[in-house]
Write a protein that binds this ligand. Structure first.
Ligand code: F6P
Length: 359
């Protein structure tokens, strides 16, 4: 048995722990393991395919990033191709991926990625590839699993930022707006905002009204709380308005969400007269060592992925449905993206604590 592992899309703390667990679980079964570098680029001649041994994964369980590298511009079904005149178009190279895997004697692939990589996995599965998915994203927006590794680390980083912003906001009687990641989901904002005692949380699932946000800030001011912390998900938008996008994307790359914090801070300052500053936490949320929770979840996913290969669960994704690790068909996971339920108990509790969602 020879299997291969690849990591695709944006990185997330815990990827190396999945790789380590999958490699060791496979080698301890007497299997051979290959690592496809940079998504599927290694199978398209744009990067390497390397042998994975116990030595390759020694000491990586606690490290952020991915030793296999990754890309969010590597969809083999629309792979960027630079023409001789310098322009770029997209071509379907999925057959090459499948042929090259077959030529290398790879009988199964474990692909670790978010919704984009899982959609690629589903299409490769439909073309006959024996593939297992492992959900990965700091955004926690993959359906079928209670959570994804990387999310807890990102939330922890955001909470540390909120804690630090609290002290300086209070010293200066300022409103501080912290923009966190999540693309079109508000899990990072909600969880870090509640755990970090934010005053306002804005997220895509609950479109906000700027006057309600300002009302909350001024209500605090009137009772002597002259500072406020606003946590805004990058994908949040005003009721009737649109999601803020960041400039141009590179060829083959999904449109990027973000940049709402600055305008929001200026709007709050002009409406309330209170001094307001903003901070975009950005890729700090994707870096650093995974938390203990994420390391364990990642290790469980890696081990479960190898068991799924053993059982021939092709086209399935490993998932946490507490307390169990299960497998679910990737096609079911892709039916709709996971979003915060506005009636979820965390939202209800936040409201009971006096946190405003700007609605
Ligand atoms: O999906 C993970 C994520 O970090 C999102 O939260 C964010 O919108 C996006 O990736 C950023 O992508 P990039 O690394 O391409 O800027």
């Amino acid at each position: 048995m020879r299997i291969a592992i690849s990591t695709g899309g944006g990185d997330a703390p815990g990827l190396n722990a999945v790789i380590r667990a999958a490699v060791l679980s496979a080698i301890n079964r007497g299997w051979e393991v290959l690592g496809i570098k940079r998504g599927f680029a290694g199978l398209l001649g744009a990067d390497e395919v390397i042998p994975m041994t116990k030595e390759t994964v020694r000491g990586i369980g606690h490290q952020g990033g991915t030793i296999l590298r990754t890309t969010n511009r590597g969809n083999p079904f629309c792979y960027p191709r630079r023409r001789t005149d310098g322009t770029v178009d997209e071509v379907d190279r999925s057959d090459e991926v499948i042929d090259n895997a077959r030529e290398r004697g790879i009988s199964a692939i474990i692909t670790i990625g978010g919704d984009g990589s899982l959609a690629i996995a589903q299409r490769l599965f439909e073309k006959g590839m024996q593939i297992i998915g492992v959900p990965k994203t700091i955004d926690n927006d993959v359906n079928g699993t209670i959570t994804t590794f990387g999310f807890d680390t990102a939330v922890t980083t955001a909470i540390e930022a909120i804690d630090k912003l609290h002290t300086t906001a209070e010293s200066h009687d300022r409103v501080l707006v912290l923009e966190v990641m999540g693309r079109n989901s508000g899990f990072i904002a909600l969880h870090s905002g509640v755990a970090g005692s934010a005053d306002v949380i804005l997220m895509p699932e609950i479109p906000f009204h700027i006057d309600k946000v300002c009302e909350k800030i001024m209500a605090r001011d009137r009772v002597g709380r002259h500072f406020s912390i606003v946590v805004v998900a990058e994908g949040a938008f005003p009721d009737g308005g649109e999601v803020h996008m960041i400039g141009e994307s590179l060829p083959g790359q999904a449109k990027r969400v973000g940049g709402i914090a600055d305008g929001l801070a200026r709007e709050i300052q002009s409406r309330t007269g209170k001094e307001c500053r903003s901070l975009v936490l950005g890729h700090l949320q994707r870096g650093g060592v995974p938390t203990g929770y994420d390391r364990l979840l990642a290790a469980r996913f890696g081990g479960a992925a190898v068991r799924a290969v053993e059982e021939g669960k092709w086209g399935h994704m490993v998932a946490l449905q507490s307390p169990h690790l299960v497998t679910v068909p990737i096609i079911d996971v892709l039916r709709e993206p996971k979003r915060v339920d506005p009636m979820h108990d965390v939202v209800q509790t936040a409201r009971s604590l006096g946190i405003s969602f700007g609605d």
